[in-house]
Design a protein around this ligand. Structure first.
Ligand code: NAD
Length: 364
């Protein structure tokens, strides 16, 4: 049964119709050139508006923050206008929407960077076990290596914070209900958090408080502009992909939870590690995190209606985010409500392409 999942929940000052969240899902269908959201993207998201909350696909806050061709941005007027048409379509169907703000850090390639520059990272340590995806100038799609990054200067970090703030302000102007700071999955902010990728000797490296500093500065600066009750954060303790190495990720999450309380962050979104190959989160850790953090906790990672209900019943999460099931079932909420069968997602059409595998999944 899907009892608690279908009950409302309030995050900040916003009440969601249910606890089924559409997870942030990269679909690589922004229009070119310019990485601008389109009417097709608006149709896709509006089809899924019965989710309690839709979180956008990860959206780069700057050109420097892009790691894959065809992902949308939120740093130009055209991108903001494109996103406004998306949010308007979701709101028209009664949905709520968060924009996920993304800087990939070292998970990028020179082809994506201004003047072929090196990608940036906390330290000059290459992600050798990950790849970027690039459409070359001649149109050839290719899996490209993540190029060796250069370490960001201390004096550059306020500029990164400012890019997050500018994108968050654009998101508010476009009408989003929340912004979600992407500090998970091996991208820039997690590269700062993690012991393996952050070897800095300034106040942004070394002890835990220092490695957390950039994320907390981003949160404070964004919250000061848009209101903390509209700010969420995504973390992925124990995540293993994208070459992230961290022997302190659970302790860091506990420390951050306390800081999120101080900042008044509205929700904490956990990307669970197990389906990506990481060590599953222990029930002890989940319980400790629940006790530490006072806001709404949502969690994501291979749930179905049954396992989601079971998770909610433990009290360690307040809402559940679903990824692949929302790709293939625009009406996932109705299907869970009715106990109906689900469409199977087609992996071949996850990234790039047109309406096929995007807006054409059958609706009940
Ligand atoms: P993958 O290695 O198959 O592809 C990685 C990325 O390359 C895709 O996300 C997409 O941006 C791009 N890409 C690949 N094929 C493409 C195509 N034909 N056209 C356009 N773009 C294309 O990735 P995966 O196995 O799906 O994901 C690996 C891990 O990374 C997973 O854990 C996944 O959740 C995570 N991930 C996270 C984010 C994020 O946090 N924003 C984005 C992508 C993947």
């Amino acid at each position: 049964s899907a009892d608690k999942l279908l009950t409302p929940i309030t995050i900040g000052k916003t009440t969601l119709a249910n606890r089924m969240i559409m997870a942030p899902l990269t679909r690589s269908r922004a229009s070119q050139p310019g990485d601008v959201p389109t009417e097709m993207n608006a149709i896709y998201y509006a089809q899924r508006a019965s989710a309690g909350l839709i979180i956008t696909e990860a959206t780069q806050i700057s050109r420097q923050g892009q790691g894959y061709s065809l992902t949308p941005g939120m740093y130009t007027d055209a991108q903001e206008a494109g996103w406004k048409q998306v949010v308007d379509a979701v709101h028209a169907k009664g949905g709520k929407m968060a924009m996920q703000l993304w800087h990939v850090g070292r998970i990028s390639n020179r082809h994506l960077q201004e003047n072929g520059a090196a990608p940036v990272a906390p330290s000059a340590i290459q992600a050798v076990k990950s790849t970027s995806f690039v459409i070359l100038p001649d149109g050839t799609p290719t899996r490209a290596p993540c190029d060796a990054p250069r370490a960001l200067e201390t004096a550059e970090l306020p500029g990164i914070v400012a890019d997050y703030v500018a994108a968050a302000e654009r998101a508010m102007r476009a009408g989003f209900d929340f912004v979600e700071i992407h500090s998970a999955n091996g991208y820039l902010l997690q590269q700062f958090l993690a012991t393996g990728s952050n070897k800095r000797t300034d106040q942004y490296g070394g002890k835990m408080e220092n490695r957390a500093r950039l994320l907390l500065e981003v949160i404070d600066a964004v919250a000061a502009k848009v209101g903390a009750d509209k700010v969420g954060v995504r973390l992925s303790p124990n995540f293993v992909a994208h070459d992230i190495v961290d022997d302190e990720s659970e302790a860091m999450a506990m420390y951050l939870a306390e800081e999120f309380n101080r900042a008044g962050v509205a929700y904490l979104h956990i990307a669970e590690p197990d389906w990506a190959g990481g060590q599953p989160l222990s029930e002890t850790f989940r319980t400790d995190l629940r006790q530490q953090y006072r806001g709404v906790i949502m969690t994501c990672g291979g749930y179905d209606a049954q396992t989601a209900e079971a998770r909610l019943a433990t009290g360690t999460a307040d809402a559940i985010a679903f990824g692949r099931p929302f790709i293939s079932n625009p009406d996932l909420v109705a299907r869970y409500q009715q106990g109906a069968a689900l469409n199977t997602p087609d992996q071949a059409t996850f990234y790039g392409g047109d309406e096929v595998g995007y807006t054409d999944y059958p609706i009940l």
